[in-house]
Design a protein. Structure first.
Length: 474
């Protein structure tokens, strides 16, 4: 049995400039399937890294003749390219088994199977156990009725099997299957963060989150619990990617890394292995955690943590309460200051377009960012991703005006606020970027910064015309 995992041809998210990440989700699934099914012939095709267009993908499917095709669909905005991948597979071979999965298809399983005839099976939630059992049932020509965690069509009906238990110990998972893309691994990079030639790897340190932010689909997707790998296991993966593949920029993909004893132990593990001076790693952290555990920051920096993404979200306390964020605006100010003091690049994320947002409240966002002055900022439009509390409320109240999933990328406004139209929300996003990156004082300070990362980012962003690309959206 031949199984083909596909990272489809698609556009990169231009707000962060040009980059090419490894397709971590399907690499993890492929590695797990390989560990459970020795007889399966597994291939991972990364169309991005291979510079392969849709016609090239079709030719590849014709020549490789897979029995099963599974498409990567990391985010809602990739829904249509995932579907097109499976449509291409069916055009080449109508009898091929096509599989979709991920957060969007998990939540929208019924609708997706009704609308897209190209999809045979949707794996809901955590994918490893259902995929291994599905592949086994397919190879043995058994019915899918006993495969937990899948939705599928049977005799004209759409069936949803119950979910299996979550994986208890993430340390038991195999390392992500970078060996499946070894021929293109040198191409993975993140230009703005580490330059175009520094090899780039993703590592998962946990699944889920302890918090319940209303705009986030992650915690629900992972069963509403937070499960972690041990610091030793995470450091083992760091070392594996560094030693075997020369990866010197590592993104720890945890939705909330969570500073504290576990972070301290991870830093110690990395430092003891002797390569911390030769890598840079990046992760997402909460502002209040930075403040609470600020004594850890020097150790984290020594371990190679040079870049953090802070979920600032808003300077308006009422908005933070609506998001169930459980932080104070003052936490963001303190966090940026503490990270700067420890030479860690502070990258702030903010959200505009909450239902109560107005031109005045968004102006306060701009003022707040100019006040706390993080090294870098990303402004996003509140997007009601399926599976989130905000989606359910917005859909129920009729706020959503655009159901084109390709626009669910946090830079297209798909719903208005009480006082702003979608077009006005879109323009406010442009104004936020223009305010932050259009400041000649900030530009000059960035271009001449003594912090190497900040200097590189500002020189790079100066050549990309990000603000102008945002302007073209409306």
């Amino acid at each position: 049995m031949k199984i083909l995992f596909v990272e489809p041809p698609k556009d990169y998210w231009f707000v962060m400039g040009e980059y090419l990440p490894p397709p971590y989700g399907i690499l993890q699934l492929a590695a797990y399937l390989e560990s459970k099914n020795q007889s399966a012939e597994i291939e991972v095709l990364d169309c991005q890294a291979e510079n392969m267009d849709w016609k090239g993908l079709e030719r590849h499917m014709e020549s490789s003749a897979p029995d099963v095709v599974a498409s990567s669909a990391l985010a809602t905005c990739n829904t249509y390219v995932a579907v097109r991948t499976l449509e291409t597979a069916k055009e080449v071979n109508p009898n091929v088994l096509t599989i979709a999965g991920g957060q969007h298809f998990t939540v929208m399983a019924q609708e997706s199977l009704e609308i897209y005839p190209e999809i045979d099976v949707i794996i809901r939630g955590e994918g490893e156990l259902p995929l291994a059992e599905l592949a086994k049932a397919f190879a043995e020509k058994r019915p899918f009725s006993q495969v937990k965690g899948i939705s599928f069509k049977h005799n004209g009906e759409i069936l949803h099997n119950p979910l299996p238990p979550l994986i208890t110990n993430l340390n038991d998972l195999p390392y992500p299957g970078y060996h499946f893309v070894e021929n293109v691994i040198h191409k993975y990079h993140f230009t703005a963060m580490s330059g175009p030639k520094t090899r780039y790897a993703l590592i998962e340190g946990s699944r889920g989150c302890q918090h319940r932010c209303t705009f986030c689909s992650q915690w629900k997707h992972w069963g509403g619990v937070w499960r972690t790998k041990s610091p030793k296991r995470i450091a083992d993966e760091f070392e594996y990617c560094y030693e075997k593949y020369g990866s010197k920029f590592i993104w720890l993909t945890d939705d909330n890394f969570g500073l504290g004893e576990r972070a301290s132990d991870l830093a110690e593990e990395i430092i003891q292995r002797g390569f911390s001076n030769d890598i840079m790693w990046f992760t997402q952290v909460r502002c209040d955690d930075v403040v609470k555990y600020h004594d850890l920051l020097p150790r984290m920096r020594k371990s190679g943590l040079q870049w953090t993404l802070l979920g600032v979200e808003s300077p308006n306390q009422s908005t933070l309460q609506t998001f169930k964020k459980e932080i104070q605006p003052e936490d963001a100010k303190k966090a940026v200051r503490l990270l700067r003091k420890n030479d860690i690049f502070a990258h702030a994320m903010l959200i505009i377009g909450e239902r109560k947002d107005s031109a005045e409240s968004i102006a306060r966002v701009r003022e707040f960012m100019n006040d706390i002055d993080p090294a870098f900022a990303i402004f996003a439009i509140l997007t009601p991703f399926p599976g989130t509390e905000i989606f359910e409320k917005a859909k129920r109240k009729g706020w959503i005006e655009d159901f084109n999933w390709a626009h669910y990328d946090m830079v297209h406004a798909v719903m208005p606020t009480e006082t702003l139209s979608r077009e006005q929300v879109q323009e406010e996003l442009y104004n936020c970027y223009r305010s932050f990156f259009g400041s000649w004082g900030r530009r000059l300070k960035g271009l001449l910064s003594t912090n190497e990362i900040k200097r590189r980012v500002f020189w790079y962003m100066a050549t990309q015309g990000i603000v102008e690309q945002l302007r073209r959206l409306f």
